[in-house]
Design a protein around this ligand. Structure first.
Ligand SMILES: [Zn+2]
Length: 376
């Protein structure tokens, strides 16, 4: 169990890569999708069910956990893995992004961010040092640098000064992280949509040195075309022998396009959140289970899917429990969505390993373009 953290590339196909991130808590097959367990739970899912979908790693949110139940309490109770009954790898974000998006009355300085909790208005500090401390208390396997991510669109001066602040915070994060064998610290590239700023950021991160590198500051409202525009060059600026993580992305076609541009890791609330709002991801595109066309339909959501929602229940039943706001609706639809995402990742990994990722992409887009199966 004293295995160290490592990344092994097994195959590449164009810019797409497949490999394994090894950690003492288990291997992460890449490209990997990390379900989001915001408040020490992937909503509507038991941890063993999340694992059954094929997930190798979960994401936890520092901002939420530091406010409730607090990192100190989780530490006293044996750490986040034990607390939430997930013994495989966990990646935690730094809290930076959610401080910006959720908290009230933020006050930002070189030191860090002072803010008020969105839950009870209590005052808190987040600094690179405090973020490292919290992520250590949680017992996170992959720790993210504390950074600032400005919302887009923002002017170039704002993007540049924010990126440079984040690079100084990356340096402080590295120093505060210390020497923790078996645990990893990932740096986060910023720079918005500006190629030269992305390059400056990558250079600053490489000079510090990290076990992995994230492309940050995307999927914040810029649209897929602009995001792919950045991903055409940004991953290449990061070390090829370290995992590359695209934060907060995304829709299935975002993931496929980002893998084609050299990304190895993803996280997004979309499959779990959509499961609770009746949006279902299938090979044929998105199905809205709320739609009346499903109410007499005895067919499964997706006849080729092996998840419990598809194996054991009809569209008519899933429509009924969604309309009735039954809890099982969130459970089944989330399970299906997470299963779909993990099957997508397995398909991507197999295609890269077999050197047919271009054909995989064509088939993926063609099948989605067909749309949902014809109504009965
Ligand atoms: Zn299914």
């Amino acid at each position: 169990m004293t295995k160290s953290f490592s990344f092994t590339l097994n195959a590449t196909d164009g810019k797409a890569r497949t490999g394994v991130v090894a950690t003492p808590r288990g291997d992460i097959r890449t490209p990997a999708f990390m379900p989001v367990g915001t408040a020490a739970t992937v909503k509507a899912m038991m941890p063993e069910s999340v694992r059954a979908t094929g997930a190798d790693i979960l994401l936890g949110n520092t901002y939420h956990l530091m406010l409730r139940p607090t990192a100190e309490r989780i530490d006293r109770l044996g750490g986040l893995h034990k607390f939430m009954n997930w013994d495989r790898p966990i990646l935690t974000d730094s809290g930076g992004f959610q401080v910006m998006s959720l908290s009230d009355l933020r006050k930002m300085s070189e030191e860090g961010v002072r803010f008020k909790s969105h839950i009870d208005g209590s005052e808190h500090w987040l600094t690179p040092e405090r973020s490292m401390e919290i992520q250590k208390l949680l017992g996170s396997d992959i720790v993210m640098c504390f950074d600032e991510c400005p919302a887009l669109p923002a002017d170039r001066d704002r993007i540049a000064s924010s990126m440079r602040l984040s690079m100084r915070w990356a340096d402080r994060s590295r120093a505060a992280f210390g020497d923790r064998p078996g645990h990893a610290l990932f740096g986060i590239q910023q720079g918005g949509l500006e190629q030269d700023l992305r390059g400056e950021s990558a250079e600053a991160l490489r000079a510090i040195g990290f076990e992995g590198y994230a492309v940050g500051g995307l999927a914040v409202g810029e649209g897929q075309q602009a995001m792919f525009g950045v991903l055409d060059y940004a991953p290449d600026m990061l070390p090829a022998d370290k995992p590359r993580y695209l934060m907060g992305v995304g829709k299935p076609d975002d993931i496929v396009g980002a893998v084609a541009r050299g990304i190895d890791m993803f996280d997004c609330v979309l499959p779990s959140r959509s499961g609770r709002t009746g949006q279902v991801f299938t090979r044929h595109g998105v199905v809205n289970i709320k739609n009346a066309r499903h109410q007499d339909d005895p067919r499964p959501l997706d006849e080729a899917c092996g998840c419990p929602a598809c194996r054991n229940y009809s569209r008519a039943y899933l429509h009924h429990v969604f309309r009735s706001q039954e809890i099982i609706s969130s459970m089944l639809l989330t399970w299906h969505n997470l299963h779909y995402y993990q099957e997508l990742m397995q398909g991507i990994r197999d295609a890269i390993a077999e050197g047919r990722f271009a054909a995989f992409q064509d088939a993926f887009h063609a099948q989605r373009a067909e749309g949902d199966i014809p109504r009965l």
